[in-house]
Design a protein around this ligand. Structure first.
Ligand SMILES: *Cc1c(COP(=O)(O)O)cnc(C)c1O
Length: 346
C-alpha cells in the first residue's frame, strides 16, 4: 500500500510530532496586548534573521504583503510590481480594495525580473495627473527561481535613488537562501545578504518551513508600528497566537537547512521526467518543477496522476512542488506514474 504523494504545493505539509510538542509547551499570553512571550520571541528572532529592527507575526503571507504595502503607501499612491507577482496577481487586489493603493504592474522576464528601464519609466513625476509612486515590490524565489544578487542590487538601488521604498515578498526566501549560499556560508548569513537591500520583507512559515500557518513582516520599528495598526484593521490581531508562533520557531530551529533535501528531490524529479517523451521540463529550481505537456494532455495527465494518488496542479503547464512530506521514494513513484501515462497515452 503506497501513500499519497502530494506535489500540489509546499503549503500542504502537516505539523510534525515534534512541532506539535513545541506548540503544546509554548508559554502564551494575549498578543493584542503584546503579552504573548512566544510571539514576541518569534518576532525578535525573525527580525534578527532578516537583519531588520522589528517584525510582526501575521496569519498569512497575503496579510503580510497587504500590511507591508499599506504601511509604505497611502491612498492615491502606487507600487510597482511584476505582472505575475503574487503581491499583484494572487492577492485579490487587496491593496487597491482596502488601501486605495494603485498597483503599477510591469512585464517580467522568465526569471521574474522587470526591466530596469521599465521600472525607471514607470516611476511617475510629481504631478497631479499621476499617482505618487512610492514602492518597488520584488519576489524571491519567483517560480522557484532564485533572483540574482546583481538584479536585486540594481533594482533596489534604482528604487532608492528615485525615492521609492522597497519590499520583498519572500514567501520562499528561505529556499533562496539555502539554494544560493556560497560553499561554507550558512543559510542564515545568506538570508541576511538577500534581505539587506530591502526596507521590508515578508516571509512565510507555512510553505517549505512546514508550520501550519503564519508569516512575518520585517522592517524598521516605525514601519512595523504602522503595520500593527493595519493588521488590527485587517482582522489579524490574534490573541494566544503563541500556539502558532511556537510552530514557526520550531520550523526556524529545525526546518531551514533541510530545505536542501526538497531541492534535491525536485532535481531528482526533473531528471526523471526529462527523458519522458511528450513533456518538457521548463524550469526546475529550488523546490519547484514546471513541465509543459504537449497536445492538450495536461488535464488528462493530472487526472491520471490523481487516480494514482499523485497530486500536482496545472493545465497545459504542470507544477510539482517538493516539501518535507515528500521523500525520494515518493518522487520516484511520481516519475513512474507520469511515465506510465505517456506509455499508455493514445
Ligand atoms: C504563498 C505566497 C504568499 C502568501 O500566501 P498566503 O497563502 O496568504 O500565505 C505570498 N507570496 C508568494 C510568492 C507566495 O508563494
Amino acid at each position: 500500500m503506497h501513500s499519497r504523494v502530494d506535489l500540489r504545493s509546499d503549503t500542504v505539509t502537516r505539523p510534525t510530532a515534534a512541532m506539535r510538542e513545541a506548540m503544546m509547551a509554548a508559554p502564551l499570553g494575549d498578543d493584542v496586548f503584546g503579552d504573548d512571550p512566544t510571539v514576541n520571541a518569534l518576532q525578535r528572532r525573525i527580525a534578527d534573521l532578516t537583519g531588520k529592527e522589528a517584525a510582526l507575526f501575521m496569519p498569512s503571507g497575503t496579510q503580510s504583503n497587504l500590511c507591508g504595502i499599506l504601511a509604505h503607501c497611502g491612498r492615491g499612491d502606487e507600487y510597482i510590481v511584476g505582472q505575475q507577482a503574487h503581491a499583484y496577481r494572487y492577492e485579490g487586489g487587496g491593496a487597491a480594495a482596502f488601501g486605495g493603493v494603485q498597483p503599477q504592474p510591469l512585464t517580467q522576464d522568465e526569471r521574474g525580473c522587470m526591466k530596469l528601464a521599465d521600472i525607471a519609466s514607470a516611476i511617475k513625476p510629481d504631478d497631479p495627473h499621476f499617482a505618487r509612486t512610492r514602492l518597488l515590490c520584488l519576489e524571491n524565489t519567483w517560480g522557484g527561481q532564485v533572483m540574482s544578487d546583481a538584479y536585486l542590487r540594481s533594482a533596489t538601488r534604482l528604487a532608492r535613488e528615485r525615492g521609492l521604498a522597497t519590499h520583498l515578498d519572500g514567501a520562499r526566501v528561505f529556499n533562496a537562501a539555502v539554494a544560493s549560499a556560497a560553499p561554507g556560508q550558512s543559510a542564515m548569513a545568506r538570508l541576511r545578504e538577500i534581505c539587506d537591500d530591502f526596507d521590508s520583507i515578508s516571509v512565510c512559515f507555512s510553505k517549505g518551513l512546514g508550520a501550519p500557518m503564519g508569516s512575518a513582516l520585517c522592517g524598521s520599528r516605525d514601519l512595523i508600528e504602522s503595520a500593527r495598526r493595519l493588521r488590527k484593521m485587517a482582522g489579524g490581531g490574534l490573541r494566544q497566537a503563541g500556539l502558532m508562533a511556537a510552530c514557526a520557531i520550531h520550523a526556524l530551529d529545525h526546518h531551514i537547512d533541510r530545505l536542501a533535501e526538497d531541492h534535491d528531490n525536485a532535481h531528482r524529479l526533473a531528471e526523471g521526467l526529462e527523458d519522458i517523451d511528450g513533456l518538457t521540463v521548463r524550469s526546475a529550481e529550488t523546490n519547484m518543477v514546471f513541465v509543459d505537456v504537449a497536445d492538450g494532455l495536461g488535464p488528462a495527465l493530472i487526472g491520471f496522476l490523481e487516480a494514482n494518488d499523485v497530486l500536482a496542479t496545472g493545465m497545459t503547464g504542470l507544477r510539482f512542488v517538493t516539501h518535507m512530506q515528500v521523500d525520494a521514494a515518493g518522487v520516484d513513484r511520481a516519475i513512474e506514474t507520469v511515465r506510465r501515462f505517456f506509455a499508455e497515452a493514445p
